[in-house]
Ligand binder design. Structure first.
Ligand code: SF4
Length: 192
C-alpha cells in the first residue's frame, strides 16, 4: 500500500497507522493483554452490585512476601461461571474502580437520629452500639406466644439482609445467629 500524504496525516491512532501500512496489530494487542495478567494471582469472587451475582476473577500482583501489599490490577468476568460465562454488564466491568477508589469507606459511620450528617466511629463503638440496639429492640418486641397461646419465641422487629459476596460459611453463621435471636425475616440480595 502507498499511502498519500493526506491519508497518512489523517491516521490519528496507532491502529489506523498500522492499517494504512498493512500491519496487523491483533497479535500485538493479544500479547499486551497476556502480559498484563501474566504474573497475577487469580481470585474468584462474585460481583457485589446486583442479584444476578455474576462470577468474576480478580487479578492481583504481589508475591505475598512480608511487607508486600497485593495490588489489584485487573478484574474480568469468570468464563467458567455458570451465571455469566465471562460476561459482565457495565457496572460489573467497572468493578476495579470500586476496589481502588479513594472515596471508599474504610471505617464505620453512624447517622444519629435528627442529624444531617454521618460521623466516623471506631469498630468497637460500632459493635457495642449495634449490640445494644439489637438487645433493646428484641427485649421490647419479643413474641413468646401467638394469639392462640402457642409458643413461637420469635422476634418480628429485626430483619437480616445478606449480600451476594457473603460466603456459604458466613451465611451459615448469620442464619444461626439470627435464628438464635428468634429473627424470622431473613433475606439475601443474591439468588445464588
Ligand atoms: S456484572 Fe452486572 S449483572 Fe452481573 S452481578 Fe454485577 S451488576 Fe449484576
Amino acid at each position: 500500500m502507498n499511502p498519500t500524504r493526506r491519508s497518512f496525516l489523517k491516521a490519528g491512532t496507532g491502529a489506523v497507522v498500522a492499517s494504512v501500512f498493512g500491519f496487523d496489530l491483533k497479535t500485538a494487542y493479544a500479547e499486551s493483554r497476556e502480559l498484563k495478567i501474566a504474573r497475577t494471582t487469580e481470585t474468584r469472587s462474585t460481583c457485589p452490585y446486583c442479584s444476578v451475582s455474576c462470577g468474576i476473577i480478580i487479578h492481583t500482583i504481589g508475591d505475598k512476601a512480608k511487607n508486600v501489599t497485593a495490588q489489584v490490577v485487573h478484574v474480568e468476568g469468570d468464563p467458567d461461571h455458570p451465571i455469566n460465562r465471562g460476561t459482565l454488564c457495565p457496572k460489573g466491568s467497572s468493578l476495579m474502580q470500586d476496589i481502588l477508589n479513594d472515596r471508599r469507606l474504610l471505617k464505620p459511620q453512624v447517622r444519629r437520629p435528627g442529624s444531617d450528617h454521618w460521623e466516623d466511629i471506631g469498630w468497637d463503638q460500632a459493635y457495642n452500639e449495634i449490640a445494644r440496639h439489637i438487645k433493646t429492640t428484641r427485649d421490647a418486641t419479643f413474641v413468646a406466644t401467638d394469639a392462640q397461646g402457642r409458643t413461637v419465641n420469635r422476634c418480628e422487629s429485626i430483619a437480616w439482609n445478606g449480600g451476594c459476596t457473603d460466603t456459604n460459611e458466613f451465611n451459615f453463621l448469620a442464619v444461626k445467629t439470627m435464628r438464635s435471636l428468634g429473627v424470622v425475616f431473613l433475606e439475601n440480595q443474591a439468588r445464588v
